[in-house]
Design a binder for this molecule. Structure first.
Ligand code: COA
Length: 226
């Protein structure tokens, strides 16, 4: 699912169900999840199996993927990337830093958000646009799509800035590219100063989404200046 949302320079590996959940971890990774509950340990492991395979595909020797102080994955020198896991699915996306400035991916179950969450993560304009889209394409849970897209925006934003980005600090607009509502694009206008990439401020992030197989997946890429 993730592969089709990203340019071919981004290497993606995904896993479904229990694939990889019991794989061995590097000792440094083991230390991170030593006290974690089983669910966390299994998803942490499965997505790192994906990340290692992606590193191999890029011709980079696989190694431990440790979190920084905010939880972001620390990649080997020369790589950028992102990881996601949800019930029954996980994925890693990696790219050489000479190809893209940043990438963020997210996957969620394709179901409505719990009561009250939408207004906590969406601007009034986003709520209105989602209501209109939901009338036009009733098969898509646009509230969940918005949530996932914002998480992808954050995962692409954080490695470039080292800063928190609030849900209310990006204004998202979605396009639907087919009648069934299985895929499309989105645009996130940052409402705070964006990262500086190659000397230029970036105030709009763009991404793609898909909804199928009971999942919603989103991906954001930030291009190098030029
Ligand atoms: C960090 C966050 C985005 C993770 O999303 P999630 O849906 O809870 O979980 P996912 O399974 O999709 O992703 C988890 C992975 O995200 C990555 N991640 C965690 N923190 C990160 C950060 N600061 N930057 C980039 N990636 C991060 C990690 O690889 C993590 O997996 P790991 O813990 O096994 O290493 C989310 O918990 C969060 O804090 N969101 C609030 C910030 C936000 O989204 N703002 C919206 C701005 S418009």
């Amino acid at each position: 699912m993730i592969e089709e949302l990203l340019p071919s320079t981004v290497l993606t590996v995904e896993a479904y169900g229990d694939e990889g959940v019991d794989a061995p971890l590097y000792p440094e990774e083991e230390a991170v999840v030593r006290r974690a509950v089983l669910k966390r340990r299994r998803e942490f492991t499965a997505v790192r199996v994906c990340a290692r395979r992606a590193m191999e595909k890029l011709g980079v020797a696989p190694g431990p993927v440790l979190p920084d102080e905010r939880g972001a994955p620390l990649w080997p020198e020369g790589l950028a990337g992102s990881m996601t896991h949800c019930q029954g699915y996980c994925a890693a996306a990696l790219v050489r830093v000479g190809e893209l400035a940043s990438v963020g991916i997210d996957a969620e179950p394709h179901a409505a958000l719990p009561e009250g969450v939408l207004t906590a993560v969406a601007l009034p304009g986003e709520v209105a646009r989602i209501a209109r889209l939901s009338g036009e394409v009733p098969g898509v849970h646009f509230d969940r799509l918005l949530f996932s897209a914002k998480e992808s925006v954050y995962k692409a934003w954080y490695p470039l800035t080292g800063k928190w980005l609030d849900f209310m600090e990006a204004d998202l607009e979605f396009q639907v590219e087919d009648g069934e509502g299985t895929r499309g694009a989105f645009r996130a206008t940052l409402l705070v100063d964006g990262p500086v990439v190659g000397g230029r401020g970036v105030n709009v992030f763009t991404g793609r989404w898909t909804a199928r197989q009971g999942l919603i997946a989103t991906a954001v890429t930030v291009a190098l200046a030029g």
